[in-house]
Write a protein that binds this ligand. Structure first.
Ligand code: FES
Length: 159
């Protein structure tokens, strides 16, 4: 038996762990960790993974100074509301390409994602958007406009 020079071995020093025992303990801890996180994941399963979305119907008051043909986008909504001599109408601002929110502009609508452009009536001026922006069902009562973002109407429908 050789005694290393330097620090003398104390009887309190732990016995060196053989490699085989170390690997056995490591695999035991890895298995225990995997089971723990699997159980943690299973605890989350009973909860619903679908979040409730806001109602597709909303009511908004148009600004008094809204010019004819000027878009009014209620905060937090993806709908542009317009008024002109023939009535009030609403156009969805969800791009028909991949669903980005288009921005109203002087020439109609512009999509910031891939550059689609739409005429003021929602028809496509420049792709890649394949379809026009849908017109949405609205009703007007007592100066307030109720828009149903879940229901489309024929283009040109004004109330
Ligand atoms: S999402 Fe609008 S152009 Fe692609």
């Amino acid at each position: 038996m050789t005694v290393k020079a330097g620090k003398p071995k104390s009887r309190l020093d732990p016995e060196p762990l053989p490699r085989r025992d170390f690997l056995g303990l490591a695999s035991l801890w890895a298995t225990a960790g995997a089971l723990f996180f699997a159980a943690l994941g299973m605890l989350r399963l009973p909860r619903t993974a679908v979040l409730s979305s806001p109602s597709k119907k909303f009511t908004a008051s148009l600004p008094d100074n809204l010019a004819e043909g000027e878009a009014f986008v209620p905060p937090g909504r993806a709908t542009a509301i317009f008024k002109d001599k023939e009535g009030v109408y609403a156009i969805s601002t969800i791009c028909t390409h991949l669903g980005c929110v288009v921005k109203p502009s002087a020439e109609g609508f512009e999509c910031p994602c891939h550059g689609s452009r739409f005429h003021p009536d929602g028809t496509v001026a420049k792709g890649p958007a394949p379809k026009p922006l849908p017109w949405l069902k609205i009703s007007v009562s007592g100066g307030k406009v109720t828009v149903d973002e879940g229901t489309t109407v024929k283009e040109g429908t004004k109330v």
